[in-house]
Design a protein. Structure first.
Lengths: 562, 473
């Protein structure tokens, strides 16, 4: 036997397979486009100002809330304006989520997965005071307490979820300039990220302590409006997404088992590329595994981190696979031994490893710490932002190095193929078929990969550009953002599914090989015996453990020998 | 065409006793609601106490029947309206503190207009009052929605396909499913819709004055819309922008007041055009909008009872309708920044108010109501540009506001403070209309040099400063 399924598949069968995979791809796109809602929803909550209870200011089990029995009596704006001190140190900003809508009290569902809070601050500076405009690095100190409550609890039963004193830097620009007072609206600041939306209601109490000896919040002018935007994943999107994952998972696992059995039927140990394909399938299955279903029952705040890690592993595996695939098709190789990751590719893969590790460290610093303190963000301090930025720059640089290197390798393979192609017509039919097959295999993957990568990039760009939905006609409306997300996800599944099928070892025989009874021989030897007129070929040091893929290599070496 | 044009010119030229007496009843029609600013003590208003407030007889005398129904059907809205009216008054007084007319309000009396008789004249000041009150209601309702004090605010379902499961279930269960499925993004459009329904109630656009009021009300809302800004947050893998969420941010009302004041300074004096006469009493011209009017009725009436699914038909048309009303606005916004269009604006849901009543009104009424926003006002001076949707329009020149004239509702500038160094309207020469002014020295005691300690101690010194105050004779 020799070659992979791809070379031996007839054009008809291949087109049937490819078109059915394309149909799956379109189905994934339409599932997101027609069925799923937007990936994320948001509610903008305006802070209700409540008068603090001075005796319980340090009591972290004390909460003020704006709706329900025992809610605080909101302080009106003019009351604050009339106060000469603008009620400094007396106010608590209360945000109760979610807001009621359509005459219903809404509550968060566990399908909504996660909650991200972003704060918008409007401040004013009175011209008569000594500080009439914000300083350059305006630091805001926030005492934040997050509480939760469930449906079965009473209106008062808020329980502390997290509390922290946080510092944020504000970047403000004037929105209204006047001789008496200047208003500034500030850029949004990230406030918290909850990896698990486990409870029904959340409550945020913010205090802005002012302290002269410690210089806390003394440079922040008069606080006007505070708006919190709470972003959550839409439940419908989660359902569609998990459905997609749950549907894809058994298929990919099944095809992996089929692939591995097929490799094991051979009388040789699996080649590096076969290992790589299997790892790739494993990484994809890990990504597909619909672990998120567990969040419906168990509180898993590490879900955001875990999904980042799963995606990271998958991308790292995919990038490594491309590199190894290109490397295995290099026509001039340094050592004749069987390639392993350690012996040949550690240099090539170091870019991937460095990039992934730096992204992982960044993620641990951001989302890992958020497990302990949801208000934490590495971006909020200048030092942290520099560290985070350096990790990202490092990852970006290694990505650039990787792609340059990959392009170089691919270019080299193509150049070699182009050079050696001229010698093909002079060969025997069996060999020519074999090598043409190898070249075809490589080109096929190149084409498929370029197509997928291009579509991914285009998909994300379109997802950014196309705001919301796109009307096909009166009835059909396509939710583009979701469609691109599910489409891209489905596409990589289809891509790897196709690789596992098409690059599995074939059981078909070469036409010329039927005369000989050497099916158990390794592929190199078959080729050598089929091309017996070229004696030099058999003199070449044959691989102890040859694979069908490295036959191109030996062909190349042989041509070089000529 | 020509005949009617001449007729209008004559009407304008005559603009005197005859027309005045006829229109008198209709003038303040839509403006009585301003009186709710004085309902109760604003400081005591909280979302919970709305039930008590509703009994206040002042509400009964200030609000029209439809407005009362809107208040009744949207619990919590009254507090926002009171806040909005007070916001408009304080903003107006802030913007006009240096002018002869300082937006003074009279002690509220039953059956009298809050801003006094000045509203009876179609002058610039009146136009400004209409614009700023309508803007303030829009702003205040939108704020109250995001504060959670109005429970009937609607969700923005415009970007969402409903789950098929939800269609099979009725009432609130479907609503809960909808929220779980597609969330409930903000809908600032509720503020705009409510403002239209509430503020524009009495203005049917029949005569020129009502058209002026309608135009200025729309202008106020347009300014609120134009000042909305988009904010975005990326929250994809590791915080990358593979997933991005954007929302609209309302501007501070002071900014809207500034813009309206600028439009006040450049306000356009208008007259009636030919098209106005045609559209006001003739059959509505066949247009996509006229055709859609009927669908809106369906959408509105269904939205209350059956939950969302049935209102779908109406919503596209309504969206178009809103777009038609503010076409230049939307264009203007997309000019500056192509990403900055307002996804929230053309909101799909109708107010849950009209209920069964809307069914009874039938097509004709709805059609007319719908068309009342479709008119073009032409500038009196043909060389001027026709007023845009954000411009303030007026009909007659303002009085000088110098002398007290209670018959016209003018308080005069006696006793007003002025600035002796300024050459502008706030300068003592212009403000006091040449009557001269009195200079006083006043000692002001203020808290100063405060020190704060967390928690919760504040120590201040008392500072005395001398101030010189000029007041008009």
């Amino acid at each position: 036997m020799s070659g992979t399924i791809l070379e031996n598949l007839s054009g008809r069968k291949l087109s049937i397979l490819v078109s059915s995979l394309l149909l799956c791809q379109v189905a994934c796109f339409l599932l997101g486009g027609l069925y799923a809602p937007l990936p994320a929803g948001h509610q903008t909550v305006l802070g209700t100002k409540c008068r603090d209870d001075p005796s319980r200011q340090n009591d972290s089990s004390f909460f003020l809330y704006s709706r329900g029995a025992g809610a605080c009596n909101p302080v009106q704006l003019d009351e604050i304006e009339d106060d000469p001190l603008k009620m400094a140190n007396q106010l608590v900003y209360v945000f109760q989520m979610p807001l009621p809508r359509n005459n219903r009290v809404l509550d968060y569902s566990r399908w909504q997965q996660n909650l991200i809070g972003v704060l918008q601050v409007d401040i004013a500076y009175v011209s008569s005071s000594e500080l009439s405009e914000p300083p350059k690095d305006l630091q805001l100190t926030i005492e934040a307490r997050l509480a939760y409550r469930n449906n079965e609890d009473g209106d008062k039963d808020w329980k502390l979820y997290a509390n922290s004193v946080e510092h944020r830097y504000l970047d403000c620009h004037p929105s209204h300039v006047h001789a008496k007072e200047t208003l500034y609206s500030c850029d949004i600041i990230p406030l918290f990220e909850l990896g698990a939306l486990h409870h029904n209601f959340y409550l945020l109490n913010l205090r802005f302590p002012m302290d002269s000896p410690r210089q806390i919040n003394m440079q922040v002018g008069h606080m006007h409006d505070l708006t919190l935007t709470a972003i959550y994943q839409n439940g419908g999107f989660t359902q569609v997404w998990l459905l997609l994952k749950a549907l894809l998972f058994p298929f990919v696992v099944g095809i992996m088992i089929w692939f591995w059995r097929r490799v094991h039927i051979l009388q040789r140990s699996p080649a590096l590329l076969e290992y790589m394909l299997l790892y790739l399938g494993g990484a994809l299955s890990f990504l597909n595994l619909p672990l998120e279903y567990l969040t419906l029952g168990v509180e898993m705040p590490y879900m955001l981190l875990l999904s980042d890690v799963r995606q990271g592993i998958f991308y790292a595996m995919l990038l490594s696979f491309w590199l190894v695939f290109a490397g295995e098709h290099m026509l001039i190789q340094d050592s004749p031994n069987k390639s392993t990751i350690r012996s040949r590719y550690w240099k090539h893969l170091s870019a991937v490893v460095v990039g992934c590790i730096s992204l992982f460290v960044f993620d641990i610093c951001e989302r890992g710490v958020q497990l302990r303190n949801p208000f934490y963000s590495i971006w909020t301090t200048p030092l942290g932002a520099k560290v985070a930025m350096s990790f990202i720059v490092l990852a970006g640089a290694s990505a650039a190095v990787y792609f340059l290197f990959l392009c170089f390798m691919v270019w080299k393979v193509f150049k070699d193929i182009g050079d050696k192609r001229t010698s093909l017509p002079s060969m025997s039919q069996a060999r020519r078929l074999h090598y043409e097959g190898l070249i075809y295999r490589f080109k096929f993957l190149m084409l498929a990969t370029l197509l997928c990568a291009g579509l991914t990039v285009a998909g994300f760009i379109m997802g950014q550009m196309a705001e919301g939905h796109w009307q096909w006609n009166e009835e059909i409306e396509i939710q583009l953002t979701s469609a691109f997300l599910t489409g891209v996800y489905g596409m990589w599944n289809v891509y790897i599914f196709a690789l596992l099928i098409l690059y599995a070892p074939s059981h078909k025989q070469w036409p010329t090989m039927h005369q000989r009874d050497e099916t158990t021989q390794s592929n190199e030897n078959i080729v050598a015996s089929a091309a017996s007129e070229e004696i030099e070929f058999s003199h070449l040091p044959s691989d102890s453990n040859p694979s069908e893929i490295s036959s191109l290599t030996s062909f190349a070496r042989k041509v070089a020998f000529d | 065409m020509d005949l009617s044009y001449i007729f209008i010119v004559c009407l304008l030229a005559l603009c005197s006793a005859d027309a005045e007496s006829k229109q008198k009843s209709g003038r303040g029609r839509g403006s009585m609601w301003w009186g709710i600013a004085k309902v109760g003590e604003p400081n005591n208003i909280s979302p919970i106490s709305t039930g008590i407030m509703y009994i206040d007889p002042a509400i009964h005398s200030t609000l029209r029947r439809k407005q009362r129904r809107l208040v009744r059907d949207n619990p919590g809205v009254l507090g926002a309206l009171v806040k909005g009216a007070n916001l408009a008054i304080s903003e107006c007084q802030h913007q006009f503190r240096n002018r002869r007319w300082n937006c003074s309000t009279r002690n509220f009396l039953r059956g009298k207009n809050l801003f006094g008789k000045i509203v009876d004249r179609g002058c610039r000041e009146t136009g400004f009052i209409y614009a700023i009150t309508s803007a303030a209601v829009t702003h205040s309702i939108a704020r109250a929605c995001s504060e959670g004090s109005i429970e009937s605010c609607t969700c923005d379902y415009s970007h969402q396909t409903r789950s098929p499961q939800a269609n099979h279930q009725a009432g609130s269960v479907a609503g809960v499913r909808d929220w779980e499925w597609g969330g409930c993004s903000d809908n600032i459009g509720f503020g705009f819709k409510f403002s239209r329904e509430f503020v524009d109630t009495g203005e049917r656009g029949r005569n020129l004055r009502e058209k002026m009021n309608l135009h200025n009300n729309e202008a106020g809302r347009a300014h609120v819309q134009a000042e909305m800004r988009q904010e975005c947050k990326c929250h994809g893998m590791s915080g990358s922008c593979t997933v991005k969420t954007c929302w609209m941010r309302l501007a501070n009302f002071r900014v809207i007041g500034d813009n309206l004041k600028a439009r006040f300074d450049g306000a356009t004096r208008v007259q009636v055009t030919n098209s106005l006469r045609q559209s006001s009493n003739a059959v509505p011209v066949v247009s996509p909008n006229a055709a859609s009017a009927n669908n809106i009725v369906g959408g509105v009436s269904n939205a209350n009872g059956n939950g969302l699914p049935s209102s779908v038909n109406g919503y596209d048309d309504e969206e178009r309708m809103l777009n038609d009303h503010m076409p230049e606005l939307l264009l203007e916004n997309s000019h500056g920044n192509s990403k900055q269009h307002h996804p929230n604006m053309p909101s799909p849901n109708s107010l849950p108010v009209v209920g069964a009543r809307a069914r009874g009104h039938g097509r004709g009424r709805q059609g007319r109501k719908h068309n009342r926003y479709h008119f073009q006002l032409n500038p009196l001076n043909p060389e001027h540009k026709p007023p845009g949707p954000k411009d303030i329009v007026y009909l007659e020149p303002s009085p000088s506001f110098c002398e007290k004239n209670l018959r016209q509702g003018i308080l005069g500038t006696h006793g007003r403070q002025c600035n002796d160094t300024s050459l502008g309207v706030d300068g003592c020469d212009l403000m006091c209309c040449g009557r001269g002014y009195r200079t006083q020295e006043v000692v002001v005691v203020e808290r100063c040099a405060c020190t704060f300690h967390w928690c919760c101690e504040v120590k201040c010194k008392l500072c005395r400063t001398k101030k010189i105050i000029h007041t008009c004779l």
